[in-house]
Structures are given as structure tokens and as C-alpha cells.
Design a binder for this molecule. Structure first.
Ligand code: GLA
Length: 364
């Protein structure tokens, strides 16, 4: 196929270290909305119809994404996380959406989302069950991939609960092949390394060849300590993980929690800046229907989004840690450099940062 050949050439030029999954997707970090951190496994549509996991939630998010400038800013995928399916597969062994919460079914929801010019993401699990206990895909990879393709789904987040860790690689690779076999372009978001790290160092070459992005570390929470722990983990593993990022495949430090309850505005700015420097997928998990204007402005900041989406596709790294300051640098196209300076000291007011011998100063 011509496109595959072209993409391969592009990949070799841009990222000589490892080939990306050649499905032509995620050439820039994915942007969209994902329900998990904000809405979790709220299935009680009787008591909480506005916030439960139901087709209505995604339709309303899609509406807002178009009306409120999200789509224009680049946010494209409306993503379902765990807790969408029925606890039973259908008579043919296929996953089915919970009939009460998704009366129209996923295909209709995908049609709706597509009619808005957006894309639909769905969630499944490589093991026997999803993390919240719904049916997993183990033993059903081809069936589930085909079902998602038949529904016109555009992205699959594939979790790693309830799986023998020794079979994780095989499972993730088989699902990647099954998705490819459907002939539909489905962006493949994995959690393979996250579940492998406790047992062995993941093979990032294989992961990059298999997935469009991959989670490495714990779930993000709506708190500064959670954001800091993700940054600390990333900085301490950057030599291992950063080289594998590039057009077609990205390290995923999990969702943006900007616009929720747990971060001050400065902390929200820090998450936005650092996620752009890390070339992370920008998957927002908040209530777009009810978000404070400052957070919205931050999430739609075109300058930061341009850094995130820079065509060079290089992941930035932490280059200085001194006196509770961190400097993070990301090389950009046209010989530019994005720099973020983070003050991690949690006592006292604002502080000036002066550094005379940083590599970034020499580069400027
Ligand atoms: C895991 C994942 C989360 C979310 C939940 C759903 O914890 O890491 O991102 O998908 O499962 O149960």
C-alpha cells in the first residue's frame, strides 16, 4: 500500500531509533476528551442522570466541543472509558453496550459524534475483565476488533487488568494485528508498559511498533501530588522512555485534569506546559459543560498547543533539577526550543530563576 510505504519512509527519517505502528495515525499527540478521571464508573443514571456513563454524556460533550471552540483548538476524540458495556456478551459472543445507558448503541453514538466532525474512542481490556469488572477481551481479540470496526469506532484504549503479565506483550500485539485486519483506521492506545514495569523493563521498541500511545505509570488523580509523581517518574525514566516517542507513537502520562477541583490555577498551568513539553496526548478529563473560563482558556491556548503538536515530534526532557527548580526542554522544528521552568517549592511565594550554565542557555 502506497500510504504505508510513505509513512515508513517518514518514520525512518524522523525517528531512526524505532519504527512506529504504521497505521498512519497519531502523527502528532492525540487530542480529545476522555471520561475516566472526572466521571469514573458512575453508572447510576437514576440518581445522577447528568453525570452517569451514558450515551447522553458523550453526545453532550461532542456538542460542547463543537460549540465552545474545543474542536477548533484541535480536540478531536470523544472517548469512552470503562463501564460502558453490558456485563454479558451477546449470543454471538460480541460485546454490547449497556442497553439502559446506551439505548441507541455505540454505532449510533459514533454516527452522532462523526456528524459533528469528531471521532469516537472506546475502551476494552487485554485480560479476562476490565479494571472495573466488565467483560475483558481475552479470547475475543478478533471479535472485539471487528465489533469496534463495525461500529465505526476511531480509537481503542486497551487496558491491562486481569491478565497474566507474561502474556501482556502477546495480547497487546494480537489486538494490534486484529485491529489492523479490520481495515478500519483505529488509533490504538495501550497500557502495556504500566502493567509490565513491576515485573520487567518493557521493550519500548516492540511497544512503539504495536501501539500509538502507551501509559507507563499510575493513573492521574485530581491533585498536585499526583501530577508531581507523574513528572518525577517521567524525569527518572526519561533515558529509557523518551527516545521511543515520535510521530506515530507517544508516551502517555495520562489525562489532563485541568478544569476540575484539585489544582490551583498555577498548578493547572504547570500540567498544561509540562504535558506539551513531554509530547503527551492531550486527553482532557473534566466537565466541558461546566468549566471555569480561565481553565478553558488555558486548555485552548494556541501557543502551548502548537508546542504539543510540533511536527518534529520529539519528546522533551528534564535537564536541570536545582534548588527545587526543574527545567524541562523540548526541541522543536525550525531549530526552536520550548522551555518550561517549574518551581516545585511549596513554601513561600514566587521566586525568580537564574541559571548561568544550563544547556538550554548555551543553545539559545
Ligand atoms: C485503569 C486505567 C485507568 C482507567 C481505569 C478504568 O486503572 O489505568 O485509566 O481506564 O482502569 O477502570
Amino acid at each position: 500500500m502506497c500510504r504505508a510505504v510513505f509513512l515508513l519512509a517518514l518514520t525512518v527519517l524522523v525517528c531512526p531509533a524505532a519504527e512506529a505502528l504504521d497505521n498512519g495515525l497519531a502523527l502528532k499527540p492525540t487530542m480529545g476528551w476522555l471520561h475516566w478521571e472526572r466521571f469514573m464508573c458512575n453508572t447510576d443514571c437514576y440518581k445522577d442522570p447528568n453525570n452517569c456513563i451514558s450515551e447522553r454524556l458523550y453526545m453532550q460533550m461532542a456538542d460542547v466541543m463543537v460549540k465552545e471552540g474545543w474542536k477548533e483548538a484541535g480536540y478531536e476524540y470523544v472517548c469512552i472509558d470503562d463501564c460502558w458495556p453490558s456485563h454479558q456478551r451477546d449470543a454471538k459472543g460480541r460485546l454490547q453496550a449497556d442497553p439502559k445507558r446506551f439505548p441507541g448503541g455505540i454505532k449510533k453514538l459514533a454516527d452522532y459524534v462523526h456528524s459533528k466532525g469528531l471521532k469516537l474512542g472506546i475502551y476494552a481490556d487485554v485480560g479476562k475483565n476490565t479494571c472495573a469488572g466488565y467483560p475483558g477481551s481475552l479470547g475475543y481479540y478478533e471479535t472485539d476488533a471487528q465489533t469496534f470496526a463495525d461500529w465505526d469506532v476511531d480509537l481503542l484504549k486497551f487496558d491491562g487488568c486481569y491478565m497474566d503479565w507474561k502474556l501482556l506483550g502477546e495480547g497487546y500485539m494480537n489486538m494490534s494485528r486484529a485491529l489492523n485486519k479490520t481495515g478500519r483506521s483505529i488509533l490504538y492506545s495501550c497500557e502495556w508498559p504500566l502493567y509490565e514495569w513491576p515485573h520487567k523493563q518493557p521493550d519500548y521498541k516492540a511497544i512503539r511498533e504495536t501501539c500509538n500511545h502507551w501509559r507507563n505509570f499510575d493513573d492521574v488523580y485530581d491533585s498536585w501530588s499526583s501530577i508531581k509523581s507523574i513528572l518525577d517518574w517521567t524525569a527518572s525514566h526519561q533515558d529509557t522512555i523518551a527516545p521511543s516517542a515520535g510521530p506515530g507513537g507517544w508516551n502517555d502520562p495520562d489525562m489532563l485534569v485541568i478544569g476540575n477541583f484539585g489544582l490551583s490555577h498555577d498548578q493547572q498551568e504547570s500540567q498544561m506546559a509540562l504535558w506539551a513539553i513531554m509530547a503527551a496526548p492531550l486527553l482532557v478529563s473534566n466537565d466541558l459543560r461546566d468549566i471555569c473560563p480561565r481553565s478553558k482558556k488555558l486548555l485552548q491556548n494556541t501557543d502551548i498547543i502548537a508546542i504539543s503538536q510540533d511536527p518534529l515530534g520529539k519528546q522533551g526532557q528534564c535537564t536541570i533539577k536545582v534548588d527545587s527548580f526543574e527545567v524541562w526542554e523540548r526541541p522543536l522544528s525550525k531549530k526552536r526550543l520550548a522551555i518550561a521552568v517549574l518551581n516545585t517549592q511549596e513554601i513561600g511565594g514566587p521566586r525568580g530563576f537564574f541559571h548561568q550554565s544550563g544547556s538550554w542557555l548555551e543553545d539559545l
